[in-house]
Ligand binder design. Sequence first.
Ligand code: TTP
Ligand code: MG
Length: 382
Amino acid sequence: MEASGERWIGHLDMDAFFAAVEQLDEPAYRGKPVIVGGLGPRGVVATASYEARRYGVHSAIPTAVARARCPDGIFLAGRFERYHEVSARVREILFRASPVLETMSLDEAFLDLSAHGHEAAAVAASLKREVQTETGLTCSVGVAPNRFLAKMGSELSKPDGFLVIDLEQVRELLDPLPIGKMWGVGEVTERRLRGLGLLRIADVRLAPVDLLVREFGSTGLRLHELACGVDETPITGESESISMSREVTYGVDLIHFEEIEGEVRRLARIVAAELREASMLCRTVRIKVRYPDFRTITRQIRVTVGTDSEGLIEVLAVHLLRERTVLDERGVRLLGVGVSGLGPTTARQLSLFDSALVGSSSQGQEAPQRGKESMGVESASS
Ligand code: TTP
Ligand code: MG
């Protein structure tokens, strides 16, 4: 083992999470194509059981398309309280193995297993078994000297997989993969990389670094490092990328401001309740607005001390809507409220001072949000 092999990171991701929970709770659904998502005319698939994936059904496609591809599928709206409950159970199991735990979403977490030294892989393997025994659900686990490789390990071994990647195997494993498989490479980046003739991870590894930096800025440097299997990002136990959110794509665009604000308040209260349920505090509140022409914006604000106060989260979301969002007579197609910068509930006494905790607000980003951002959606959207 090399020096950098001192660090051992585990990544655990539940298999077909929402659909698997439905199959666990309803034996009649087992072995059948189960699709969880928005059931309205504009609904989008949040996830599909592996049986349904054989019909070409997967997250982010419109539910209408899924119905056409899989007419005999079982279509469900989802039960988010239940998913949160299972998620909290999984987190408890992981926490036993390592307190240095970063929850990325309801069904995914990184943990630093370095303290277990040479036992790290064995500890991860028993975690996988414990999750299965204690929840009745399968998951996939990757173990590696860094986050990126650990994530690739669970991804490549899915479903019900377990893969240890050490530094000697990096090239052999990563090189042949299409660049779209690389963590953090979304559709846009993938298209641009392809445009440069970089089709596989090996191409990015071997590309001149200055070309990547010219094209992608600091992201180019990061892409090159990842393609080489290098990732220094630590597990901090708290991450801005952890988020909980609710969003709704409306069957008919919402036009009236009062109605839009009412929805933002409602979503904010739901998210705050989920946050409490999970015994978490958030440091960032954000709203997401998609206009009828699909242009999507997010606006966010940060508080200096973590909160789970329904009142504060609602007030902040409304502030972002009133002061930082442009609305006109065309209305909105989708609204979302999310929280991130999550950490476990501690120092509860501070919540007395909730109203005094509003910190500086960060700049809104004009970026369409994808994937984990739509976690816990009522009607998922891509
Ligand atoms: P994922 O881990 O991405 O997917 P998955 O667990 O369903 O399937 P896999 O076996 O490939 O890991 O996401 C976890 C849950 O998050 C998923 O069950 C549903 C939800 N989700 C959304 O609501 N919207 C989305 O766009 C995605 C990707 C997931
Ligand atoms: Mg998963």
